[in-house]
Structure formats: structure tokens, C-alpha cells
Design a protein around this ligand. Structure first.
Ligand code: GLP
Length: 242
């Protein structure tokens, strides 16, 4: 069962999201967070930075594992998820860089890179995994059709996903064709999952998610089987729910 929280707008979603993450950080001596990129969590990261600046939240003991990373672009590329995470969060809080883990798919041996990241994930238990959702229901970069028992792998991005993410690049040709991502099974191991869904563009996605049908055609549907998954949805994204 998903716990659904409907909020007014993106600002409220970001505040609520940050509050849940801050609680996880405060409740654990050595909190381990699974972090996400995309536009959905940006406001939440800003709220967390605000709490840090006000002195009410420290990331000193936090470790993080990111969901995914594009293949074929360097970490200095402004659209790499490494760059995104530093810009949007890590550079603004007291996070120890040694505790930051982001998939790295820049090596010659992608399979070895995946195994290394997957082995690292098996060493830890993520306290809270933050997720956005692709319009086709992807989580991380687990596109429709990905088996639910999938672990870290290199994925060929769906054409629709490349189109969705084109807005961040100069042209569609610059959007990477592949990415390295935690698999669905890795994501499901987290103790708690928090998904953020915002905007009218996700209204059909929300209808499909909340229909309750569990199918690999819509990867996020597996979250119905997670024991502790909260989904925060703003009114625009919730608009087609009767
Ligand atoms: C990318 C990321 C996902 C993210 C999705 C939705 O594809 N790999 O982790 O959830 O985009 O992004 P947005 O939040 O910008 O809609």
C-alpha cells in the first residue's frame, strides 16, 4: 500500500519532502540516503539547504548513494548527475565528500563499474530512498520492461525519456543514449521510500500509478509492494484522480 499525501503545489511538496528527509537524518546516527536527480527534488534540496543554513540540520554523518548517471558524459558536464548533485545539494551543506556515492559509468568496463556500485549497495541498508518518476513510470532509469529483480545495470534509454530530458541539453543529439542505474531490486531494499510527483505533465502518470496494477510495463507500480513508501503529489499532478 502506498501512503499518498496530496499537497497544494511544488513549494508545499518541497517543504513536506524536506521535512521527511530531515527526520530520517535526525533519527539515525549514521543516516544513509538514496538520492535522486531531475526537477522534482530540486525544491526539496533547497529546503534542506535552508535548514542546514539555519543550523537545524547537519549532513556531517550522512552517506548518500545516487540512483543513476548518464553514460558517455564526464562528471564536469553540467548535465551529469554528479555535477547536478554537487550544484543542487552537496556544495551547500556539510556533507563529507568521502560519503558521497554516485554511479560512475565513465570507465572502459561498464560491467565492472556496475558490479562495483552494486557490491557497494549490498554493503549498506539505505534508510530513505528519494525518487522522482519518469512520465512512462520509470524509477531511476529503470525503463518499462525492466524485470523487478534487476540490480545495477547499464540501460538503453527509452526514446521518450531522451525527449523528456532534451530540455536540459542543446539538442536531442547531445542527450546520452545510455545510463547506469540502480536496479529496481536495489531500490526496493530501502527501508523507506519517498516519491515526489509534481505538475500537470505527470497527471496521467499518477492515474497509472494509483490504479494499483503491478506490471513491469510501468516500473513504479512495484512500489505498491514496498512496506513503507510515501508518495507526495501536488494538486496539478493529482488533477485526473476522481
Ligand atoms: C530522470 C531521472 C529520474 C527522474 C526522472 C523524472 O529520468 N533518471 O530519476 O525521476 O528524470 O524527472 P523530473 O523530476 O525532472 O520529472
Amino acid at each position: 500500500m502506498l501512503k499518498v499525501i496530496v499537497v497544494k503545489d511544488y513549494a508545499e511538496l518541497s517543504k513536506k519532502g524536506a521535512e521527511i528527509i530531515a527526520n530520517t537524518i535526525k533519527e539515525n546516527e549514521k543516516p544513509i540516503l538514496g538520492l535522486a536527480t531531475g526537477s522534482s527534488p530540486i525544491g526539496t534540496y533547497q529546503e534542506l539547504i535552508k535548514m542546514h543554513n539555519e543550523g537545524s540540520l547537519s549532513f556531517k554523518n550522512v552517506s548518500s548513494y545516487n540512483l543513476d548517471e548518464y553514460c558517455g558524459i564526464s562528471i564536469e558536464h553540467p548535465q551529469s548527475y554528479y555535477y547536478f548533485m554537487h550544484e543542487q545539494l552537496f556544495n551547500h551543506v556539510d556533507m563529507d565528500e568521502a560519503n558521497v556515492h554516485i554511479p560512475s559509468a565513465s570507465g572502459q568496463d561498464l560491467e565492472a563499474d556496475c558490479k562495483k556500485y552494486n557490491d557497494a549497495l549490498h554493503q549498506v541498508e539505505i534508510d530513505l530512498q528519494l525518487l522522482g518518476i519518469g512520465s512512462n513510470g520509470h524509477i531511476g532509469f529503470n525503463e518499462p520492461g525492466t524485470p523487478f529483480d534487476q540490480e545495477t545495470f547499464v540501460v538503453k534509454l527509452a526514446e521518450g525519456t531522451r525527449q523528456d530530458n532534451k530540455r536540459f541539453f542543446n539538442s536531442i543529439d547531445e542527450v546520452p543514449t545510455h545510463a547506469m542505474t540502480m536496479g529496481i531490486n536495489n531500490i526496493m531494499q530501502a527501508k523507506k521510500i519517498l516519491m515526489l510527483i509534481s505538475g500537470s505533465g505527470k497527471a496521467d502518470t499518477v492515474v497509472r500509478l494509483l490504479s494499483g496494477e503491478i506490471t513491469t510495463d510501468f516500473p513504479a507500480s512495484i512500489l505498491h509492494n514496498h512496506p513503507d513508501c510515501t508518495v507526495i503529489i501536488d494538486e496539478a499532478a493529482y488533477a485526473k484522480i476522481k
